[in-house]
Design a protein around this ligand. Sequence first.
Ligand SMILES: Nc1ncnc2c1ncn2[C@@H]1O[C@H](COP(=O)(O)OP(=O)(O)OP(=O)(O)O)[C@@H](O)[C@H]1O
Ligand SMILES: [Mg+2]
Length: 468
Amino acid sequence: MIKNIIDLCAEGFSEGLDGILSLFENDHSVNAEFGNPNHLISKRNKGWCVDGKRFLDMQTSRRNFCVVAGSGKGKSQVHVFPTLLNCQSSMAVNDNSGELASVIPYLNSIGVTTHVINLTEEGDVFINPLDGCKGDVAAMRKISKTLMSNSSKENDFFSISAEDCITLFIQYVLESEPRIHANLGNVYKLILTYQGTPKVIEKLMAEKASEEVWTKFKALAGNSEKTLKSITATAISALSWLGDNPVLTNITSMTNIDLGDFRKSPHVLFIQSPVSDAKFYAPMVALIFQSFYRFAFSKLPSEKDLDIMMVLDEFSSLIVGLPDYSNIISNSRKFKIPQCIILQDESLLSPYKELKDNILQNCFVKVYYGGQDKKAFELEKLLGTYTYTDKDNGQKKQRPLLYASQIRELDNQILVIPNGQKPLKLKITPAYKQSKLRKRLAIQMPDDTKDHVNYSIQYIDVSAYNQN
Ligand SMILES: Nc1ncnc2c1ncn2[C@@H]1O[C@H](COP(=O)(O)OP(=O)(O)OP(=O)(O)O)[C@@H](O)[C@H]1O
Ligand SMILES: [Mg+2]
């Protein structure tokens, strides 16, 4: 009996000791060190550029990339320009300041097809965000949400009802009107007419709407006159930034590029909008990205389909228009749409609330620049500590791999944190300091290379329903 108790105690003690020993063995924080960059990046790779000269491979790029740095730190020069100039895939680029389009002559010279959609002037590219939504009410609802994002952040009765109202009219134009009329300009015009002369739209709906739309329309029309007016007024004010803007109504009235081509050969689309009005144009930029996501998720790409890399510069401005981004980034690997999120500060992702961590977790490689006070403390902890022998007294001491103050003061260097791998501290080389890239950027655009497409929106003629 006593022997058994002693055996049990001895067993327990040895297990405890093993546990404590293994705790020390597994505690990498006391042995923290920087990793070998050659395991992650190489000059020969074709994915996201990490330090200005070396790139991630495509497999890793598909697991997404995030850069966090203040203004003027080198986000464009170190990551975006080198990636664009090394590209072998297709891309959609949020080029809000218009500076990134300077790579176009070089891309054209190596056979890459380029398009620019400038939201302040009509050019050669038209994209109808409603294309591909027919039969997909969830996609229509996402578009309504994005359209509403500029006007209201509250989920009150009128915002929700206005969102339903916009979705209903989107469904109507997609199902019951010819393709030429199935666009947001017509949705706006119909709601405007409904506000002014409800009878006209009632007759139109009664004659042309599908059973489903008609049922929803009757429910909307069943509100009291005052309530209905408030709902339509909310919908109109949410849509007016687009509906009252002739350039936006025209460029969203049809699609003249085939997103399928982006899978077949390298195509790059630059989306340009004025920085001074970033907030105003953000939902439109988001709608264009949504078109790409909807296209990409519509079918699993084959082995030979090209990746469509998404350069989301100034991502914070796109957040309101991309409410389901967490879901998008979780699925980007399978659907070959590598994401590059560029942020001035991680806290800007806070509108995503609890999904913020999921978004960051889905970025396999994260890059941090100096200058971020709060993040520096977090990074000091994340990097861990290591043990060294004090030269003076031979004692073993511990210190962080980098102190927060050193992280804050990083200059010309970045911290690269790959998920589950050792961190890297790398020197950066901006594009303007590399003669090869400078030459590529200096290529001039031949005069008058792009055709200007002359096209205006065609509105639905409701005059036939106007008579008594
Ligand atoms: N051609 C150039 N010659 C010299 N310096 C340059 C050149 N182009 C950019 N720089 C400098 O390089 C730094 C990084 O510029 P970059 O455009 O990459 O910053 P950024 O992080 O993208 O800023 P932003 O948030 O404004 O987009 C800036 O300080 C800028 O002044
Ligand atoms: Mg920039």
